[in-house]
Design a protein around this ligand. Structure first.
Ligand SMILES: Cc1cc2nc3c(=O)[nH]c(=O)nc-3n(C[C@H](O)[C@H](O)[C@H](O)COP(=O)(O)O)c2cc1C
Length: 456
């Protein structure tokens, strides 16, 4: 059987996703705070046999650019207004039956017990279709919303995240799969010998457990991450079963793919069970020139200041202090270093100013744009997939739900005809869609040796 690719649809429960122009697009829907919009998108992605819908999330309104929040609200930039994706996931789950749903939640500002309970519940409610995008959060504003003066230092965030994920897995493993008997005759509901206390006392977290919830269908959510820095890649290769990546260059994508796969092997994991998902925005037209017109119309709507407002959030660095018509300064940032490295690489390679990078950021957070007829876009996907850059792709939208509709109606059939993508869902859980092993199998080797973390 030909190696098949996987697909995720990128969303944020807000007017802005990667594209800061999408909400202004005449074709875009505007009911971002009601259920119908997400039900429509969920059904479209399921009709396209997508593996999952992916919800990114940020925990604060943007204030980093010039320390001002009025412009972000006026321009409606990323995360200026969002609703909680865990709740949107439960809503989409009710109107779909196979589509996986990935939800972002931070290890820095929540407690492992609360998170384990939320994602265990979502795995029950979705009948095994949930994934957790593990983030350490990005900005000072998020820290201040949770009562902290400043955001934790980059690598410390990952140290906390390491203990957080371990503790959550201990909690998800605190019930044996067959602990619940629910025997009405004898009146015995569960076997207490198959439910264990966790008693985790760590450097950052303490929790007694067990989780007051039976084992969920996938045992635990599929783990997703997007680390791109040295520390981030190591963390992603150690824990993640799917890794989300942004890099507009084929050589950058290939290098990331090879690097992370080899790190996963170093952690004693099967690299085939660590799926790499670069992302792109498609512009599809009946002809290539119609597609280019759609792209030009969209990109013209994107304003550089909106892009720099979001770049400042993602990097937790105030870019309003620089000359917008000068190249991007050679600085280190405390937010997402990986994404900033891509911006600087582009600025040097193509002699782009900070304003140019702002424009690119507003057009789609540096995501490459695949433009052309459905055949052209399928060709670009096949070339990237066959070129050792990806196991799957995160599709982001220029207008919502229009981009997803066009992609499902015109590009998916092309990929299916080429044998590159499923024609039907074969499994019911997200783990099955992604072709992963069992929840135990995919843990790093050192943890597979510890029984308390195993499903048993
Ligand atoms: C493609 C991509 C998507 C991300 N999505 C989110 C998100 O939704 N919420 C968030 O707080 N951080 C998000 N991040 C930030 C990462 O989770 C991570 O914290 C950040 O990339 C820092 O990692 P690094 O410095 O190791 O690259 C994302 C990063 C990338 C590259």
């Amino acid at each position: 059987m030909t190696r098949q690719l996987h697909l995720g649809g990128f969303l944020i429960a807000s007017p802005v996703t990667h594209s800061h122009a999408a909400w202004r697009h005449p074709g875009s829907e505007t009911d971002y705070f009601g259920p119908d919009h997400y039900h429509r998108v969920g059904r479209i992605l399921e009709r396209g046999k997508f593996d999952f819908a992916f919800f990114a999330d940020l925990l604060a309104a943007p204030v980093r650019f010039g320390g001002d929040q009025s412009e972000p609200f006026r321009r409606g930039t990323q995360a200026a207004a969002t609703i909680d994706p865990t709740l949107v996931a439960a809503s989409i789950a009710a109107v779909t039956s196979r589509l996986g749903i990935a939800v972002t939640k931070s290890t820095t500002y929540f407690h492992p017990y609360e998170l384990a309970r939320v994602f265990g519940s979502l795995d029950h409610l979705t009948r095994g279709r949930i994934a957790w995008n593990i983030v350490t959060s990005l900005s000072q504003a998020e820290a201040q919303n949770f009562g902290f003066e400043s955001h934790l230092e980059h690598d410390e965030r990952y140290l906390r995240a390491e203990e957080f994920v371990r503790t959550a897995i201990e909690l998800w493993s605190s019930w044996e799969p067959d602990a619940v008997t629910a025997d009405k005759e004898s009146g015995v509901w569960a076997d207490p010998d198959k439910i264990r206390t966790v008693d985790h006392i760590g450097e950052y977290y303490r929790t007694r457990g067990p989780l007051n919830q039976p084992r969920s269908p996938q045992h635990r959510p599929v783990l997703i991450q997007a680390g791109a820095s040295e520390t981030g890649r190591n963390f992603a290769a150690r824990w993640a079963e799917a890794i989300f990546e942004i890099d507009p260059t084929p050589e950058g994508r290939r290098a990331y793919y090879d690097d992370v796969k080899s790190r996963a092997s170093d952690h004693g994991r099967n690299p085939d069970h660590v799926k790499i998902f670069p992302s792109f925005i498609p512009f599809i037209g009946e002809t290539a020139s119609i597609a280019r017109e759609k792209q030009a119309f969209h990109n013209e709507l994107a304003d550089p200041i909106s892009g720099l407002i979001t770049l400042s959030v993602h990097t937790d660095h105030d870019f309003s202090q620089y000359d917008l018509d000068a190249p991007v300064a050679d600085i280190s940032v405390s937010g997402t270093q990986g994404l900033f490295d891509v911006a600087r690489r582009l600025s040097q390679r193509d002699s782009l100013t900070l304003r140019d990078i702002g424009k690119l950021y507003a057009q789609g957070v540096l995501l490459p744009q695949f433009v052309g007829t459905a055949t052209d876009v399928a060709d670009q996907i096949e070339e990237s997939f066959a070129g050792g850059e990806a196991d799957g792709f995160i599709v982001s939208s220029a207008q919502t739900p229009g981009t997803f509709n066009d992609f499902v109606d015109y590009v998916v059939p092309q990929l299916q005809r080429r044998g590159l993508f499923r024609k039907e869902y074969h499994g019911t859980t997200l783990r099955e869609h992604l072709g992963l092993g069992s929840a135990d199998e995919d843990l790093p080797a050192d943890l597979r040796a510890e029984s308390t973390l195993l499903a048993g």
